[in-house]
Design a protein around this ligand. Sequence first.
Ligand code: ATP
Length: 430
Amino acid sequence: FDRSTPIEISLIERIEKLLPENILELLKTIGEKADNLNYRAYMIGGIVRDLVIGRQNDDIDIVVEGDGIYFAKLLANSLGGSVRVHEKFGTATWKHLSGLKIDITSARTEYYEYPSALPTVEMSSLREDLLRRDFTINAMALQINKSNFGKLIDFFHGYKDIDEKKVKILYNLSFVEDPTRILRAVRFEQRFGFEMDKQTLELAQISVDKISSTSKPRLAHELNKLLMEENPVEAICRLQELGVLNYLVGPNNFDIETIQLLERFKVFVDEVTFSTESENSCNEQLWICYLAILFFKQENGLQLVKDFALNNEHLHIVDEIYHLVTSEQALSDEIQLGNLHKLLKKFKKEAIICFAILKNLPEVKTKLIKTYLIARMAIPKLIDGRELKALNIPPSPLFSKILLEIECAYLNKDIFTKKDALRFVKNEYL
Ligand code: ATP
């Protein structure tokens, strides 16, 4: 895999074309500050890959051959902004005054005390820093020192692999050392339309069993990223093809029916989202809903999914799904939207969709829920707490009850305007 002298190509024209002027200037300034310290400084990782591919990316990671934390502090002192130091990893994040965050590290090697452990950090040079990365396409550096600004340094043929649309590991034990890289490989395959090369694919297939001894938070971190990509269902099918799901969800828990549920979930979410929100809106909770569908067939499946939650919101959405699928509430086909609102207002959109799919609700009910979700996102705030106070209703839990009743009446088309809402309150509560 290896070469000791890197291929060096100037990417200056591409950088000038793809990076915004202010970022370009900032990078040049950082390069000059590094020159003053006699440090070599490079951009590394995803941004370099994306510049080579020709995609925009403003997630800037910088490696210096020197003391990264000291360098980050020096940048903040001379150019403004603040620094957060992550002592354990020997890294720092410099938050520039513009709000841009730049991660700065010392060129280093991470060695693994045992497979699937978090890496321990040690100082070393650029080549070794790059060698500990996941794939050749992510293991290129782009120098930012003044005299070599924009020089691509490519030890492992990442440039060629991008050209050939290949995802390739850097050494044979890569997946054994870190099985989450299998999930990462699938992510890059899907995102860029690349494929693992033959050897990488074979090694991934041989190493899938290591997934079961990898910590849930580490897997969750990568599953989160993978399932938030554009085609989560295809990604899941690829995981199945590689044998990953046997070790993630258990053997025999994935079949054509699960694929159909996943696809129906995606279509449902897209229909509700695109008719109500801007196209770019991205929902942070969706990925865990895909996991919920994947695990649902297993006994206690939804409880198992909770082990993958990365924050309270993820936990909460799984609880909501659990509550909805286990509650006895039968929805009548004729239920009015306002009454549906009383039942479902407190649940998140994604949990409700997940429930509809997992319960395999008939077409009429699915349509009803879709109409409700679209309508509920467009409910206007006809009156607020201040206006209730002005009507001499003292602040109390009654407030939220009244506001809910107003929303329900609006959905039932009983009221339409502020005037209607005020009349409604006077009639019902005064
Ligand atoms: P994205 O465009 O999705 O942010 P990225 O490549 O920047 O993709 P990150 O997960 O943010 O992805 O990782 C940043 C860099 O850190 C990668 O480009 C890769 O070089 C390295 N990296 C991340 N995770 C691993 C890993 N498990 N093993 C080795 N290298 C990794």
